[in-house]
Design a protein around this ligand. Structure first.
Ligand code: OAD
Length: 265
């Protein structure tokens, strides 16, 4: 299965969804979607690994996204995440997020797994989201990872937990840290039991999330990869739909459950 894409001659991006895939999605009992930073790119949130614009092209993750980096320079790390938090707060969900909300309503069972920490799926209206890498809007204690809702602004950066005095940090997974166990278990369970798995806007190089599409495929699910390009490391048996997720996802939902556009006869 291979989708065709391109300009429709009138400047609109067009995605042809293979008829076989339309059938698969309409008949699916359990659809799992794994999203990555590309899903939020059209909302203006930078991705990580794109050559010019990715965050890791401009910043060193070893200086910003490890427990050791925080211990060396907690102020730098806190301020970098505060900058990203403000960027995310200004961003709006895009049509790709909206299409996933609709998909959740259309299929009997739906599981949305995200590597994103921006909360845009929830803001778009997705009901149940498994956050593998945490959420940048939440804060927790550095010492024991307990989430803290309120603290006094004393001018100290980062602030401290009012109960224990521990430095506070964002509730995101850093390099070298374990993923939250319940989230990972739920994601693995969903991958092994679904019949259709969509991998959207992820480079698929960060484990264990990168294994989920292959686990699903080995368990018998149809695998669809939605990305700007054909991603090299995923199975050749995957169906690749190339294009921005903000266009491809709405096209997929529209192809499966056509709704007449306003103005149509
Ligand atoms: P990456 O930055 O590694 O990959 C983003 C992918 O999205 C690339 O393959 C792009 O081609 C694709 N892409 C960009 N714009 C797109 C669009 N509009 N539509 C569809 N695809 C698009 O981001 P992730 O795979 O999410 O971890 O990275 C995984 C993890 O690495 C992140 O969760 C983060 C990072 O370090 C943590 O922070 C723990």
């Amino acid at each position: 299965m291979q989708g065709n894409d391109g300009d429709d001659g009138e400047g609109r991006y067009r995605v042809d969804i293979p008829a076989e895939l339309v059938e698969t999605i309409r008949k699916a009992r359990h659809v799992v979607v794994l999203t990555g930073a590309g899903t939020s790119a059209e909302s203006g949130v930078p991705t990580f690994r794109e050559a010019q614009t990715g965050l890791w092209a401009q910043y060193d993750p070893q200086e910003l996204a490890t427990p050791q980096a925080f211990q060396r320079n907690p102020r730098l790390v806190w301020e970098w995440y505060a900058w990203r938090r403000s960027l995310v707060a200004r961003a709006q969900p895009n049509p790709g997020h909206a299409a996933l909300v609709e998909l959740e309503q259309r299929v009997p069972q739906f599981t949305l797994i995200t590597q994103n920490v921006d909360g845009l799926h929830q803001r778009a209206g997705s009901q149940r989201v498994i956050e593998l890498h945490g959420n940048i809007a939440r804060t927790k204690r550095f010492d024991d990872h307990v989430v803290v809702e309120k603290w006094k602004e004393t001018g100290e950066v980062p602030p401290r937990c009012p109960t224990t005095g521990s430095l506070l940090r964002p509730d995101v997974v850093w390099f070298g840290e374990m993923l939250p166990e319940p989230a990972l278990r739920a994601a693995m369970d969903a991958a092994t039991t679904c019949d259709l798995f969509l991998s959207v806007g992820t480079s698929g190089v960060v484990q264990p999330a990168a294994s989920l599409p292959l686990i699903a495929q080995q368990a018998g699910a149809t695998l669809v990869v939605i990305n700007l390009d054909v991603t090299p490391h995923v199975s050749p048996r995957a169906c690749h739909l190339c294009g921005p997720s903000g266009v491809v996802l709405p096209s997929l939902v529209q192809a499966a459950w056509p709704v007449e556009e306003k103005g149509d006869a």
